[in-house]
Design a protein around this ligand. Structure first.
Ligand code: NAP
Length: 257
């Protein structure tokens, strides 16, 4: 269902992807560049961003750490100064380490909160004034199906993704009436540095390029939630609607954890 203005023509659109040195962010940046957008990529690893720029003529790199609110705000200012506007801001920065209650590590949990959630708030702080002033544009947050309900090993990661899902819904209600699109991207398993550490079999694993294609299609269809691959995410959605006892039992049976 169409909940956002469709984005079909990318020519000259100013798009900023935060967390685009690798994985889904980088692949999506590459796809948008191929479609004619003016692409700005951010992340901490300046070298990786420079290699993206070298491979994508006309793209720009703004290295930053999302946990540094001033750096995120300064980067948004630089974009507006150079390009006059922001048509799409995408929050792809994320970190993941398996964590269980039996080996709780506060530093790991807080690191996830800072990168996955607080960093998104820093992006909001930087771009909301720009989008509201424009009365147009689009904000997209990378959540995860791990935010639907609790999953094993996701003690640090899952709650940050649940928070992003809720955040995107609240943002939608405030920004949609003002002509600003808001979308939430919930991928299943994608083959990236983030999932490379998973020792278990990842069902319905897709490439970052396939993820990028699904994301761009979702924006072009004006979707709010963009989830993929459907053969996996629809199953998880069904599971998430089960009563508590059935849900815990089904997850335990499926994962063996
Ligand atoms: N892969 C999956 O299966 C999957 C599934 C569901 C959701 N997701 C979500 O999709 C998003 C992208 O993940 P991915 O799989 O593409 O992982 P990835 O390849 O590891 O990408 C993560 C990106 O975040 C950046 N980043 C991490 N910490 C940062 C920081 N402090 N400041 C700035 N940038 C930072 C990384 O760049 P630097 O290290 O250079 O800073 C990198 O560009 C994440 O939000 C992830 O949770 C992934």
């Amino acid at each position: 269902m169409r909940l956002n203005p469709r984005i079909e023509d990318w020519t000259g659109r100013v798009v900023w992807l935060v967390g685009a040195s690798t994985g889904i962010g980088r692949a999506t940046a590459s796809r948008l560049h191929a479609l004619g957008a003016t692409v700005i990529v951010s992340a901490r690893t300046a070298l990786a961003l420079e290699s993206f720029v070298a491979e994508h003529a006309g793209a720009h790199a703004l290295p930053l750490d999302v946990t540094d609110r001033d750096a995120v705000r300064a980067a948004a200012g630089q974009i507006v100064e150079a390009h006059g506007r922001i048509d799409l801001a995408v929050y792809c920065a994320g970190t993941y380490r398996p964590l269980r209650a039996t080996q709780f590590d506060l530093d790991v949990a807080l690191q996830h909160q800072q990168v996955n959630y607080v960093g998104a708030l820093h992006l909001l702080d930087a771009v909301l004034p720009v989008l509201l002033r424009q009365g147009a544009g689009h904000l997209s947050l990378l959540g995860s199906v791990a935010g639907y309900r609790g999953l094993p090993q996701a003690l640090a990661y899952g709650p940050t993704k649940a928070a992003l899902i809720n955040l995107a819904e609240v943002l939608y209600m405030d920004l949609h009436p003002r002509g600003i699109g808001v979308s939430l991207v919930n991928p299943g398993f994608v083959e990236t540095p983030l999932t490379a550490q998973n020792a278990f079999h990842m069902p319905a694993l897709i490439t970052p390029e396939e993820a990028a294609e699904a994301i761009v299609r979702g924006w072009s269809q004006g979707r709010f939630e963009i989830h993929f691959p459907k053969r996996f995410t629809l199953w998880l959605k069904l599971l998430s609607h089960l009563g508590d006892a059935l849900y815990f039992k089904a997850v335990r049976r499926a994962t063996g954890l």
